[in-house]
Design a binder for this molecule. Structure first.
Ligand SMILES: CC(C)(COP(=O)(O)OP(=O)(O)OC[C@H]1O[C@@H](n2cnc3c(N)ncnc32)[C@H](O)[C@@H]1OP(=O)(O)O)[C@@H](O)C(=O)NCCC(=O)NCCS
Length: 195
């Protein structure tokens, strides 16, 4: 209970999202994560990749203090069905969809600053990414959210638990440092069609 009072969930209206640009060169240096590779990517590669049209990075700020609290990097991708995940492939074949791969939005990087963990920001970023994927689905087609979850031997830092809670499913078992996961966006699209 005490923890809940000290660290209440952050509401969407308390946050501001900006697309990464040169203007953020100084503020991104404040990003702090127990996964240093994610900080390095933001500082060294994110803007280059964006300028080359490979991915787009969105920064999340706490409106009140202007602190950088998180970032997410997204890019178009595809989920290969047949060779990698025969079960998923069969599910689509049963519906008359026989393609070898289907379009997806990939969450290439997602990082919540260490100071702001477990306050609901990761959840809001997944909702944000779902919304981007739904917009894409209406313009060019997009069926899945896809990502490689970073594994950590410390279970409290193992991102797979977070993603499973958000509704992602195992795409392929891999006993390395990353586990691919996917989310079929169809239920969200059906809900939109009903309204
Ligand atoms: C993984 C990460 C993005 C989660 O972000 P977050 O803002 O802390 O997550 P949220 O507060 O939105 O959590 C949403 C739910 O998932 C749960 N959750 C979050 N991290 C979890 C973990 N490691 N294990 C189990 N549950 C977890 C939360 O308790 C919360 O549950 P609730 O809705 O019942 O309260 C964040 O911890 C992070 O950036 N970690 C470092 C970098 C990293 O691993 N990024 C992922 C790269 S693939």
């Amino acid at each position: 209970m005490a923890e809940q009072i000290e660290n209440p969930k952050i509401k969407p209206e308390e946050l501001r999202v900006e697309k990464l640009s040169n203007a953020h060169a100084e503020i991104i240096k404040n990003m702090c994560s127990y996964e240093p590779e994610l900080v390095d990517f933001l500082l060294e590669d994110a803007l280059n990749q964006q300028n080359r049209k490979i991915s787009v990075t969105y920064l999340w700020f706490l409106r009140k203090t202007n602190e950088l609290v998180a970032y997410v990097t997204v890019s178009p991708d595809c989920v290969k069905l047949k060779k990698i995940n025969p079960e998923l492939s069969q599910k689509f074949r049963d519906k008359g969809i026989n393609y070898k791969s289907l379009p997806a939005l990939k969450i290439g990087r997602l990082c919540v600053d260490d100071k702001f963990q477990k306050r609901g920001i990761g959840n809001l970023i997944i909702q944000f990414s779902i919304n981007i994927a739904i917009k894409l689905s209406q313009q060019v087609g997009c069926r899945f959210l896809y990502l490689d979850a970073k594994r950590n031997p410390d279970s409290s830092k193992d991102a797979i638990h977070f993603y499973k809670k958000m509704g992602f499913e195992l795409y392929k078992e891999r006993d390395t440092r990353e586990t691919p996961l996917y989310m079929d966006l169809w239920p969200f699209m059906e809900e939109l069609a009903d309204n």
